[in-house]
Design a protein around this ligand. Structure first.
Ligand SMILES: Cc1cc2nc3c(=O)[nH]c(=O)nc-3n(C[C@H](O)[C@H](O)[C@H](O)COP(=O)(O)O)c2cc1C
Length: 211
């Protein structure tokens, strides 16, 4: 096996400066997202960290589904572990790593459920089998085996045959309203660029951080 400590790449693709950055982190996020969207396999994949009473902090990947003026939207099962954790403490963080571009974005914010109307509107756009899967999966619950899941899928598929699949009440979106957004661009000799937006008196302030 390759020695882990010898794995090392050079970061030297680009640099960033406050001058060229937007006054809005959302606008800046969109600029970076546009740079990468066609070049990456899963550019919307982001790590979501939540506070867990049992483990301190827990994270997992979810998919970014909308960038609103007010924040970042993802969808999930509201009864899942993450849903239960957010119900108790809605301070969350998101992070993206786009290695091909040597870029990272980190977001801290508050997660709140979006309106049922908006969740329904997105649910309707999902492929039918993904809609069924939302009904089938009691996300994060222990199950005895795979067969139980597959049987339930067939059962639910039968139930909704030739019918519109309604959005389950336990499934929907969260909006993460950011309080900080940090953009990281890898630079040579580990002298990376970091620019952070922080909200002060309802205005975004942009600062450079030491790498
Ligand atoms: C690429 C990728 C995309 C995923 N997208 C989502 C998603 O959008 N929503 C979701 O609930 N889970 C998604 N998952 C599954 C989660 O990582 C996680 O396993 C699941 O949500 C249960 O997490 P929890 O038990 O902490 O609630 C994704 C996983 C991967 C690897």
């Amino acid at each position: 096996m390759k020695k882990i400590e010898n794995i090392r790449i050079n970061y030297n693709l680009n640099s960033i400066s406050k001058k060229e950055f937007s006054s809005s982190p959302i606008k800046q996020f969109k600029n970076w997202f546009n740079d990468v969207v066609d070049a990456l396999i899963e550019p919307t994949a982001m790590t979501l960290s939540t506070y867990s009473q049992d483990y301190g902090v827990q994270n997992r990947i979810v998919l970014l589904k909308e960038i609103k003026q007010s924040g970042f939207v993802f969808y999930t099962n509201y009864n899942s572990t993450k849903g239960q954790q957010i119900a108790l403490n809605n301070n969350v963080s998101l992070s993206f790593f786009w290695p091909k571009f040597q870029r990272q974005i980190r977001i801290n914010g508050i997660a709140n459920k979006i309106s049922t109307k908006d969740s329904v509107s997105y649910f309707k756009k999902r492929p039918r089998k993904s809609q069924l899967a939302a009904w089938v999966s009691s996300q994060s619950q222990i199950i005895k085996n795979r067969e139980i899941l597959d049987c339930k899928f067939l059962e639910i598929e039968k139930k909704f045959k030739n019918k519109e699949i309604k959005k389950p009440n336990f499934w929907g979106g969260y909006l993460v309203k950011p309080s900080t957004v940090e953009f990281w661009q890898g630079r040579e000799n580990r002298m990376h660029d970091r620019l952070i937006y922080q909200k002060k008196n309802n205005k975004w302030i942009l600062n450079r951080l030491s790498p």
